[in-house]
Design a protein around this ligand. Structure first.
Ligand SMILES: Cc1cc2nc3c(=O)[nH]c(=O)nc-3n(C[C@H](O)[C@H](O)[C@H](O)COP(=O)(O)OP(=O)(O)OC[C@H]3O[C@@H](n4cnc5c(N)ncnc54)[C@H](O)[C@@H]3O)c2cc1C
Length: 487
């Protein structure tokens, strides 16, 4: 685990520290870790919203409201806008800011002011907490390094209770497992065992006591903020097929053409690995990534349809709960999650053994980014990502494995893969992305396969294999058509 915190709740072998809560707490005490201990006095409770950008179905928000209710105090949201986040561009900043803009009036209707602060959260959040004389700070859980560092540093700088709530996973990451899991087969039963305890419906976030502090939020000039972000990140333009915000996320899940509509859900189990049937996928990953939709909400709604589409619902829960939560497990417990060093010995040893193997094609980052390889299938997937912001899930595996084959070293492959994924995918910069790249190139959560050049024992994929699975030429045509429509 990176950094020190005052209560090291998730260190291996330690019981998670729970916030002082009554037995009939709205939010399961196991969801809450205490980063700074202490009794909460009367005064505003601040929810520092970060990873889970939604009003309803948000355990962190519910916890903030519950803590505040004990002293009948108001709640406010603070959001820190960083000038840069990894390699995010207009596509990602635009989606996020538009989502926040839609959220502000929903909060106002609940008497919850929204404060936008800008800069380094390590500085802005402690300053804000002091300015509003907060009694308690609550935030949502982050598994990635930067988010962990922010939370750890903020904890050191404030002297009020500070709680972190896992609002992203159905089973809180630290309770699903207290260590790095080897793979889906080792975490699956642990998660399933805890589902009856955690997979239940959310209470509604109710109207809060009026914000009576003399510190009022400045009116956010959303259009100017969005314009500036779009200009700054214009190299990675926005996409229009997916609309931000909680309401749009619910429509994408449950609306007439949403994922759970009968004609779509029934394709999931059999057709989700066919890139020519993109609507067999849920397409929910951007909403999970920005927290516009709780994976728990999707799991609850999908579960209601089990009697009609058992295999599809089970396959969806396997992906969106087990696999997704396995990614958080990996990033949380393996701080160097994006490095070859994080791979198992069998994978590192065999990649090292084949380091010197001759590569028939070696491409530069620029050639890859422009989709200028000899392989039309790979180029199509790269174009899909660049122009739509979402490459089909099956193609992501092929795409990453080819980068391993076409670069000078595994380290370079990981670097290029993560850079391109983070830059162009709307759902990039996510635990799932780091696991996806590391699974494809470094055997994370996988096993050794028969040894071959360059790949060593890492699972291999080639175009011939793709041709056996789906009509490759149709996919290339589909992407070309999409590009033409856009032009
Ligand atoms: C090289 C590579 C890069 C990837 N990059 C990302 C990324 O940046 N962000 C991201 O969210 N996912 C990433 N994935 C995982 C997966 O491909 C996407 O989550 C999925 O394609 C998103 O589309 P969907 O929501 O329509 O998925 P669906 O198939 O409808 O699945 C529903 C949800 O289950 C989860 N899920 C599905 N497949 C996986 C998986 N293999 N591992 C973990 N969770 C999964 C996701 O949260 C997804 O939204 C990557 C995979 C690979 C191999």
């Amino acid at each position: 685990m990176p950094g020190k915190r005052k209560a090291k709740a998730s260190e291996e072998g330690e019981e998670p520290k729970k916030s002082a809560k009554s037995e009939d707490a709205l939010v399961h005490p196991g969801r809450v870790r205490t980063l700074n201990e202490g009794d909460v006095k009367a005064g505003p409770v601040i929810y520092w919203m970060s990873r889970d950008q939604r009003v309803q179905d948000n355990w962190a928000f519910l916890h903030a409201a519950e803590v505040a209710s004990k002293t009948k105090s108001p709640v406010a949201v603070v959001f820190n806008l960083v000038p840069e986040y990894l390699v995010a561009g207009a596509r990602q900043f635009g989606f996020m800011l538009r989502g926040l803009k839609l959220m502000e009036p929903k909060l106002a209707a609940l008497n919850i002011p929204f404060f936008l602060v800008k800069g380094d959260p390590i500085k802005t959040i402690p300053e804000f907490v002091k300015k509003v004389k907060a009694a308690c700070l609550v935030t949502d859980f982050a598994s990635l390094r930067l988010g962990r560092e922010w939370r750890d540093e903020v904890a050191k700088k404030i002297d009020i209770p500070f709680h972190e709530v896992d609002a992203h996973n159905v089973v809180p990451c630290w309770l699903a497992s207290d260590k790095r899991e080897y793979g889906a087969r080792t975490i699956r039963s642990k998660i399933h065992k805890k589902l009856p305890e955690f997979l239940h419906d959310f209470p509604t976030l109710e109207k809060q006591p009026k914000w009576d502090s003399s510190v009022k939020p400045d009116k956010v000039k959303w259009d100017a903020e969005i314009k500036a972000a779009l200009e700054k990140g214009k190299d990675v333009p926005e996409v229009t097929w997916v609309k931000p915000g909680e309401e749009e996320a619910m429509k994408a899940l449950n609306g007439p053409k949403g994922f759970l509509s009968s004609e779509r859900l029934k394709k999931f189990s059999n057709h989700r690995n066919n890139p020519n049937q993109p609507d067999a996928l849920s397409n929910l990953s951007p909403y999970y990534h920005f927290g516009h939709l709780a994976a728990q909400r999707a799991a609850l709604e999908a579960s209601k349809l089990r009697s009609k589409a058992k295999e599809d619902v089970d396959a969806f829960l396997e992906e969106s709960v087990v696999r997704r939560e396995l990614s958080d497990n990996y990033c949380f417990y393996v701080p160097n999650y994006d490095s070859l060093d994080a791979c198992y010995d069998w994978a590192k040893d065999s990649l090292n053994k084949h380091r010197g193997d001759k590569r028939e094609h070696v491409y530069t980052l620029e050639q890859l980014e422009k989709g200028e390889t000899y392989d039309e299938l790979w180029n199509a997937s790269q174009h899909e990502m660049v122009h739509t912001g979402k490459m089909h899930g099956f193609m992501r595996m092929y795409w990453a494995k080819k980068i391993l084959e076409w670069t000078n070293s595994p380290e370079e492959a990981i670097e290029f893969g993560i850079y391109l994924n983070d830059k162009w995918e709307l759902d990039g910069r996510d635990a799932n992305g780091y696991v996806g790249v590391m699974w494809s190139m470094g055997g994370i959560h996988d096993q050794g396969w028969s040894e071959r050049e360059i790949f060593g024992k890492i699972r291999y994929m080639n175009e011939k294999g793709c041709r056996r699975k789906f009509k490759v030429d149709d996919y290339i045509e589909l992407i070309n058509k999409k590009l033409k429509e856009k032009a």
